[in-house]
Design a protein around this ligand. Structure first.
Ligand code: C5P
Length: 305
């Protein structure tokens, strides 16, 4: 039977995949103190999950393994990136005369917070995507990118959630269509790291940029190339949180082909030959450190075959 009247949305679901900096070189600093980066970025299947539904008033509910941690954070539910993203998007759409009725947002926080894998940024990007769907609205790409950048340097790349190279402070994005999928273990000692503090402790801010990536989707070629790169934030983060060094040693011993820290830490990752090897590593690592975070996952592949 044909339905009459408007379609009532039962809720829109958006995944917020974790962002992984496979390499991150700090190449300079802007006058405002922000650092210029050259970073090789990908995204994984593991991540947070958000749902959006029309409601009589705005709300944000937290659940998931790290929901309570986020709720207890001073920035908590009142001032987190999800509500900021909602408010900035609403302002931009209202300026265009569009309707942005109240919305009930549920955030399943599966990723550790303040951990270098863009959890908050991925949530903010997923909020922009989800609310545009819920409100059935569009914004020009450049205006959406400006809103994303106001929310944080990593939010524009999280809007894409595809393999990419990021320059500037993170907003100059080039897709890396040849990057293959990698089996990966994410590992975190569950100690939050202050990003500004890590940047402050850098010895050098004028490192050379990253060389050209492979133009073929060959895993071995990518691992060999990634092995020549670094994360310049790893040394200052290790000085702040010695567990990062322990964690990297554990990942290397568990059979990873490449081990590195992501973002400003403390999450580190290992790349494995296949997903079964990553799962086996997680079983072994969780036995050694039952209270740390370990997760086997896969990265998304670039768009070309
Ligand atoms: O943009 P976001 O909120 O993620 O950045 C957190 C802090 O990290 C900034 O306030 C700044 O101190 C530092 N940062 C930086 N250069 C970047 C990104 C972040 O210095 N490219």
């Amino acid at each position: 039977m044909p339905s009459a009247g408007p379609v009532i949305s039962a809720g829109i679901v958006e995944k917020a995949p974790a962002k992984i900096n496979l390499a991150l070189h700090v190449t300079g600093r802007r006058d405002d103190g922000y650092h210029l980066l050259d970073s090789i970025v990908t995204f994984v299947e593991a991540g947070d999950r958000l749902t959006f539904a029309a409601a009589s008033e705005d709300s944000l509910a937290l659940s998931g393994r790290f929901g309570a941690t986020l709720a207890a954070d001073p920035k908590g539910t009142g001032d987190n990136l999800v509500t900021k993203a909602r408010d900035l998007l609403r302002e931009a759409l209202r300026a265009r005369g569009l309707e942005t009725p109240p919305v009930e947002i549920a955030l399943e926080k599966n990723l550790p917070i303040a951990s270098g894998i863009g959890g908050g940024s991925a949530d903010a990007a997923a909020t922009l995507r989800g609310l545009l769907r819920l409100w059935d609205a569009e914004l020009p790409a450049d205006e959406l990118a400006t809103i994303a950048l106001r929310l944080g340097a990593d939010v524009p790349m999280c809007l894409k959630s595809r393999p990419l190279r990021a320059g500037g402070v993170g907003e100059e994005i080039t897709p890396l269509s040849h990057m293959p999928s990698f089996a990966m273990v994410l590992a975190n000692p569950l100690k939050a790291v202050s990003t500004p503090e890590v940047f402050r402790r850098l010895d050098r801010r004028d490192n050379p940029p990253i060389s050209s990536p492979p133009q073929v989707a060959d895993r071995e070629a990518w691992i060999a190339w990634l092995s020549t790169l670094r994360n310049d934030l790893e040394a200052p983060a290790r000085a702040l949180i010695p567990e990062i060094g322990t964690l990297c040693d554990m990942l290397a011993e568990s059979g990873a082909d490449l081990v590195r820290m992501s973002g400003s830490g403390a999450t580190c990752f290992g790349l494995y030959g296949d997903y079964a090897a990553a799962e086996a590593a997680v079983r072994h690592l969780s036995q050694r450190q039952p209270h740390w975070y370990f997760e086997a996952t896969r990265t998304v592949a670039g768009d070309s075959p």
